[in-house]
Design a protein around this ligand. Structure first.
Ligand code: HEM
Length: 136
């Protein structure tokens, strides 16, 4: 079951949206088979079941990440902006704010080099939650 969140659950600096469906990581973890394949990239949940056969990098690498947070492996490949654009087709919702807190360390490890790279490509805003840099 998806946890529908109408905005009562708030996270500092992150405005919850009424229309967004939030999923617990526990629910994502259940979708780890070829029948139903979900994964998380940068706090967003994707249903990539129909993409397994189409992925240029093969279905096997996706299955290894099935039900999990694939952010690091996705970024490590250095996927093109076309690949990032493709993600939108498979978007089903956001990781529930309570689970995102535990995930915060994901951003704690981002290097200045990586941030600069994203900024140069004009991808910073779509990739990184810039409000985290505000610090106040
Ligand atoms: C829904 C998520 C994903 C999408 C939409 C996607 C899309 C793509 C696309 C379009 C390419 C062709 C190269 C490019 O345009 O960058 C590609 C290549 C590749 N992807 Fe993904 N990918 C996804 C997830 C992943 C994940 C989670 C992994 C790693 C576990 C991965 C590993 C690879 C590899 C190894 C290649 C081949 C690179 C090469 O041979 O040059 N992908 N992917």
């Amino acid at each position: 079951m998806a946890a529908q969140d109408s905005g009562s659950d708030s996270m500092a600096g992150n405005e919850p949206e009424a229309s967004v469906t939030y999923y617990r990581l526990e629910e994502v973890a259940k979708r780890n088979s070829e029948k139903e394949t979900w994964l998380v990239i940068h706090g967003r949940v994707y249903d990539i079941t129909r993409f397994l056969d189409e992925h240029p990098g093969g279905g096997e690498v996706l299955m290894e990440q099935a039900g999990r947070d694939a952010t690091e492996s996705f970024d490590d490949v250095g996927h093109s902006s076309d690949a990032k654009e493709m993600l939108k087709q498979y978007y089903v919702g956001e990781v529930h704010p309570s689970d995102r807190k535990a995930e915060g360390s994901e951003w704690g490890n981002v290097s200045v080099r990586k941030l600069t790279q994203w900024a140069k490509r004009g991808e910073l805003e779509e990739t990184f939650p810039i409000h985290l840099l505000g610090g106040c």
